[in-house]
Write a protein that binds this ligand. Structure first.
Ligand code: GRF
Length: 207
């Protein structure tokens, strides 16, 4: 299936950059980024999109009188750009339920730990790595997963591990994991573009 992707992000966009680079190298045939959306008008990810001549839009709940109006506008933007797949690349806001229903099994997120451990509401950024180190785990990693109504609970698509060394700090661990995020996120998108991932009997199946 041709993937017409919307990327949602709130920050610098290094994962988005990794996805674009993989696309430029021809590693994700059948996928194109049609639009980039951010809740944060000064997010680096929007500049990155503009530099690459990809439509970049700031849209946030605060711009609208009601949640309904916000969701209505969000869906219109996705439709106007013919989006059929959503990639959350460091997006710090919850995806509205109507968007999840509309794009069921076609929204993926990257999380900097080995889900289902160290995920859920409030588990983001440095807190994830602090919790991993505090627990004494010897491994952490990155997880690409489908997005459903619950934070970090959707089916796992791809995971890769890194070892946690006694000298690791939340910062060094974050840096190691970011490197593998950049590796597995484009890979996961490629798997979807190749139709290798399907949802069957409530499970993700790699064909
Ligand atoms: C990554 O650590 C990702 O796991 C998390 O947010 C961060 C995004 O970084 N969800 P970037 O904006 O892609 O550089």
């Amino acid at each position: 299936m041709q993937l017409n992707i919307a990327v949602f992000g709130s920050g610098r966009g290094s994962n988005f950059q990794a996805i674009l680079s993989a696309m430029k190298r021809g590693e994700i045939p059948g996928a194109r980024v049609h639009v980039v959306l951010s809740n944060n008008s000064s997010a680096g990810i929007l500049d990155l999109a503009r530099t690459n001549r990809i439509p970049a839009l700031h849209i946030s709940r605060k711009q609208f009188a009601s949640e309904e109006e916000f969701v209505e506008n969000l869906i219109s933007i996705l439709d106007a750009h013919n989006v059929n797949f959503i990639v959350l690349a460091g997006y710090m806001k919850k995806i509205p339920a109507r968007v999840i229903q509309r794009f069921r099994d076609s929204i993926i997120n990257i999380h900097p730990a080995l889900l289902p451990e160290f995920g859920g509401e409030g588990m983001y950024g440095a807190r994830v790595h602090e919790a991993v180190i505090a627990s004494g785990e010897t491994f952490s990693g990155a997880t690409v997963h489908l997005v459903d109504e619950e934070y970090d609970r959707g089916h796992v698509v791809l995971q890769k591990r890194v070892s946690v060394q006694p000298i690791d700090t939340p910062e060094t661990l974050a840096a190691k994991i970011l490197e593998i995020e950049h590796e597995i996120f484009p890979k996961a998108i490629r798997m979807f573009a190749e139709g290798k991932i399907v949802e069957h009997d409530n499970k993700v199946v790699v064909t």
